[in-house]
Design a protein around this ligand. Structure first.
Ligand code: DOR
Ligand code: ZN
Length: 353
């Protein structure tokens, strides 16, 4: 039987860079019109390192929503070498933080305040383990002598394995996984370990960055890997296994910041994220598992209820624009390139509610 219409519980985005200020206001609609909740990444500049900063950031997000929109931002705390365990405990117990984000220092955009010595924050892992607070990890080593395509695997072998053995009850999400090695590590783990998978890592391999020239629109971190990894990620996402769930890692950078001799890392995909994932599930003959990946596995891991509303998708071809224009608050116009720019997608959201 071929499905051409599908209704699922409303999904959540378990990994999102919504930014701040005018850029946030410009990109917010694409998320809040489809997703009910999102884990908001704290890598602003400067990052979200205190309860007060998280409350203020959440307020800025909420005040940008229209009155009838019930989108819920789930805030996270940016871990540093000297973050206080009192902030972690109080912030989590008071429902301000839903997780802590661990960026290895200098691994990616705005990560210079990140952690330089993973062993030095043992007290952080201990408190998080005892209160049941999820630890979200950008799982790449930053050593310049480790090949960029191997950094995820080396992180798992050098750091993640030990962390899980030392803290067997710690809830961990290995974010935006990119390798077959990571899919196998996560699904065979006996610990409380899950992983998010982005739309772009399901669609592109590393060739995309070099097709006909250097294409920064496909540059993100962790970088896309060889084709066998993309295929493994597709098997993992569409498997329905509870350890894999949706996290777009949508990371908008203005066109001018991408189109540079040192283009920023990040792919802006939230505009058509659900449609993009749906296409993968359709291609893999696994549409019946889309709801687990998009709407069920995430809330189960985070201990949150399923969303009550539903989203309907229909098989209808539509073309993705080359650019999305942004009217910034200062009156200027900017451009963002959405993921799938200029391509055709075969699924369209036709109802949310
Ligand atoms: O490509 C990425 N962009 N990866 C990250 O980890 C951060 C993100 C960003 O904030 O731009
Ligand atoms: Zn991210």
């Amino acid at each position: 039987m071929t499905l051409d219409k599908l209704t699922i519980h409303q999904p959540d985005d378990w990994h999102l860079h919504i930014r701040d200020g005018a850029l946030m206001k410009a990109v917010l609609p694409s998320t809040i019109n489809v997703f009910s909740r999102a884990i908001i990444m704290p890598n602003l500049d400067p990052p979200i390192r205190t309860i007060q900063e998280a409350i203020a950031y959440k307020k800025r997000i909420l005040s940008a929503l229209s009155k009838n929109n019930s989108f819920t931002p789930l805030m996270t705390l940016y871990l540093t070498n000297d973050i206080s365990t009192a902030t972690i405990e109080k912030g989590f117990k008071e429902g301000i933080f839903h997780a802590c984000k661990l960026y290895p220092a200098n691994a990616t955009t705005n990560s210079s305040y990140g952690v330089t010595d993973f062993d030095a924050i043992e007290n952080v892992y201990k408190i998080m383990e005892s209160i049941g607070m999820p630890l979200l990890i950008h799982g790449e080593v930053t050593d310049r002598d480790v090949d960029i395509f191997d950094r995820e695997k080396v992180f798992i072998d050098r750091h993640l394995s030990n962390l899980l053995y030392k803290h067997p009850k710690l809830k961990v999400v290995l974010e935006h996984i990119t390798t077959e090695y990571a899919t196998e590590f996560v699904q065979s783990s006996n610990f409380d370990l899950a992983a998010t998978i982005t739309p772009h890592h399901l669609h592109i391999n590393r060739n995309a960055m070099f097709e006909g020239g250097l294409r920064s629109d496909f540059y993100c971190l962790p970088v896309a890997k060889r084709e066998n990894n993309r295929l493994a990620l597709r098997r993992a996402a569409t498997s329905g296994k509870s350890c894999f769930f949706l996290g777009t890692d949508s990371a908008p950078h203005l066109r001018k910041s991408k189109k540079s001799s040192c283009g920023c890392a990040g792919i802006f995909n939230s505009t058509y994220a659900l449609e993009s994932y749906t296409q993968v599930f359709d291609n893999e003959n696994s549409l019946t598992n889309l709801e687990k990946f998009a709407s069920i596995n995430g809330p189960e891991f985070y201990g949150l209820p399923l969303n009550k509303k539903h989203v309907t998708l229909e098989k209808k071809k539509h073309k993705i624009p080359e650019f999305i224009s942004l009217d910034l608050e200062d009156g200027s116009q900017e451009k963002l390139v959405p993921f799938h720019a200029g391509e055709e997608l075969s699924w369209k959201i036709t109802k949310v509610g």
